[in-house]
Design a protein around this ligand. Structure first.
Ligand code: CUV
Ligand code: SF4
Length: 617
């Protein structure tokens, strides 16, 4: 059988779980195959009860749904609903953070860790910062909540984009007005008998995606930095061997740092540590998964167990006492896997309960106590481990350097972007690529992320990564300063002189907003638009609707975006043509679908060289 992952630790665990008779994501994918062709092409619609309807892709069967909608409308509408869901997920996560920000000073568990950033962001919102931190925090939270509503003409952070870009969005009529508003408008427009112009629907996709990138996601990043500290470079470790056999292990899974941060605090509580030792554990060990893992890794250097496709495997080590989750990308399957071990799955959000899990609901008010409760539960579960099921893969944890916020990069560069601009201009850095997104069981785990990153750095292209792509690259050893050796000669020199790796960890998925901020700043310094930059994006192993929203705001911002997994748009020539070609005339960006990471690298490098030529550098 072909191995499902490129990693030794993952494959060892897959083998172990298979032997134990546990069904995994790859087995369930197999059971689903062949997957529905209509759905894969985007040609099925169940938006109303006259349906469900399907359009025959070969032109022989029906070409219209019961209402008369054709393939173009149905495909565009389906894509729009995915963008709405993706934007809503990032943004509702952002809203939860804003609600904590509003309570600073009133709750025990949270405070402002970066007052300087609080003031800077408050000033952007036109708030007078001559008052207490708590007052500023409250006013900023109120102002940000207005970005979610429908009373504004433009979301505040849109102003961070280059002037030319904003003018372009105005001309196209895609300035996002309110985060919730754009999402609601997609749900409205895709109801039967509303927007039946596929191009008009696609433009609303771009506007909603921008409400995510320059709205919900950017708010999530900025407020997380304010509350938990703006990341700074630090070393940490990654892979399944970050779990410790002799310690209580708590795995932090999900997305929002609100819960994970409180648990990090609680895990160093003296009394709980004492209790753990009484029960025979040497300590309390934390390991992250997916994006909440990225959040606590970036800010606190908490080790990372793995990315999306590791979530079932991590439990299979038999040493996870509690896996605590909030929301997004948490497979319901982990509850089933946990049942085969002593592991408890703990849910924390009223928005995301799982059948078979223990629900310990976190609020800003009770987070302190609830976090201790979770840690205590883990300590108790430690005693219930089944020795015969314990097996941590026999590998060493990989090292990585994390913590590259835009602020941290500026510090590394000595306070200005000039050294980076010089390096780009003189060609020692040919360009910058954001490698983002998930794992998908349809792709050998991490293969495409890692291959793409390697080819890019070999060709002197600096890679910045987020989400599960970031975890993949780190596991492959691309995020240590010594990885500079794997880069082309010119990029190697730059990395060595700065002491940084050629692949920089920008954070979680909402932190893709950091890429928008960095590219906007670069474009502004150079006096050009984002679409003029030698830059691109890639989501080689994406699975999530959130990744579609990210791809769409990158394209709306003027970037070429390579998708390694085909999106469900092939049922409409028109939609396919707009997104992979015509949109370039509008925004300067476009999608390319290319599953082969070697070819994807070639496409990106060619794009970067074209942009350099046009800039005359
Ligand atoms: Ni938000 S969205 S699988 S955890 S990157 Fe990872 Fe990242 Fe995709 Fe989910
Ligand atoms: Fe069918 Fe039209 Fe209803 Fe969709 S909206 S299910 S195409 S009738």
């Amino acid at each position: 059988m072909e191995e499902h992952s490129v990693h030794v630790d993952a494959n060892a665990m897959i083998k172990k779980l298979k032997e134990e008779g546990i069904l995994l994501v790859w087995d369930r994918l197999k059971e689903q195959e062949p997957q529905c062709g209509y759905c894969s092409l985007g040609l099925s619609c169940r938006n109303c009860a006259m349906g469900p309807c399907r359009i025959d892709p070969f032109g022989e069967g029906p070409q219209k749904g019961v209402c008369g909608a054709d393939a173009d409308v149905i495909v565009a509408r389906n894509l729009a609903r995915a963008v709405a869901s993706g934007a809503a997920s990032h943004s509702d996560h952002g809203r939860d953070l804003v609600e904590v920000l509003a309570r600073v000073g009133k709750v025990k568990a949270y405070s402002v860790k970066d007052a300087e950033k609080l003031k800077k962001v408050a000033q952007e919102y036109g708030i007078n910062t001559n008052k207490s931190v708590e007052e500023i925090a409250f006013e900023l939270a109120e102002a940000m909540l207005e970005d979610f509503g429908s009373k504004k003409e433009k979301i505040q952070f849109v102003n961070r984009a280059p002037k030319k870009r904003i003018e372009l969005w105005e001309k196209l009529g895609i300035i996002p007005r309110g985060i919730d508003r754009e999402v609601v408008e997609i749900m409205h427009r895709t109801h039967m008998g509303v927007d039946n112009d596929p191009v008009n629907i696609l433009l609303q996709c771009l506007r909603t995606a921008l409400a995510d990138g320059f709205g919900g996601s950017m708010i999530a990043t900025e407020v997380s930095d304010i509350l938990f500290g703006t990341p700074e470079p630090k070393m940490s470790e990654i892979n399944l061997a970050t779990l410790k056999e002799n310690e209580v292990n708590i795995v932090l899974h999900g997305h929002n740092p609100i819960v994970s941060d409180a648990i990090v605090e609680a895990a160093s509580d003296e009394e709980l540590l004492k209790l753990a030792k009484e029960y025979g554990a040497e300590g309390i060990n934390l390991a992250g998964l997916c994006c909440t893992g990225n959040e606590v890794l970036m800010r606190k250097g908490i080790p990372m167990a793995g990315n999306h496709l590791i979530q079932e495997l991590v439990i299979g080590t038999g040493v996870v006492d509690v896996i605590v989750v909030d929301y997004q990308c948490i497979m319901p399957a982990i509850v089933d896997v946990a049942k085969c071990y002593h592991t408890e799955v703990v849910t924390t959000s009223p928005k995301a309960k799982f059948k078979g899990a223990i629900h310990i609901e976190f609020t800003p008010e009770n987070a302190h106590e609830k976090a201790k409760e979770v840690v205590k539960l883990a300590i108790e579960r430690f005693r219930e481990r089944k020795a015969e099921l314990v097996k941590i893969p026999n590998v060493k944890p990989n090292k990585l350097m994390t913590g590259f916020s835009v602020e941290a990069i500026l510090k590394v560069l000595g306070g200005t972007l000039q050294p980076l601009i010089d390096a780009i201009k003189n060609g020692s850095i040919r360009g910058v690529v954001g490698s983002v997104g998930c794992n998908n069981p349809k792709v050998k785990q991490d293969y495409s992320h890692i291959t793409l990153a390697k080819r890019l750095i070999e060709n002197d292209v600096l890679v910045v990564d987020t989400g599960c792509a970031a975890v993949a690259d780190a596991k492959a050893g691309l995020k240590v300063p010594e990885a500079a050796e794997l880069a082309g000669e010119e990029l190697r020199k730059v990395c060595e002189s700065l002491g940084i790796p050629p692949v920089l960890h920008f954070g979680s998925c909402v932190d893709n907003s950091r890429i928008l901020v960095a590219l906007s700043a670069l474009a502004n310094e150079l006096g050009v638009d984002i679409s003029d930059l030698p830059a691109a994006g890639a989501a080689m192993e994406w699975y999530s609707e959130k990744a579609i929203a990210i791809g769409a705001y990158f394209v709306a911002s003027g970037l070429l975006v390579v998708l390694g997994v085909p999106p469900p748009i092939y049922g409409s020539k028109l939609v396919l043509d707009v997104l992979t070609s015509k949109v370039e005339e509008l925004t300067g960006g476009k999608f390319v679908v290319e599953p082969d990471p070697e070819k994807a690298a070639e496409i990106i490098i060619k794009h970067i060289e074209d942009k350099r030529r046009k800039l005359g550098i």
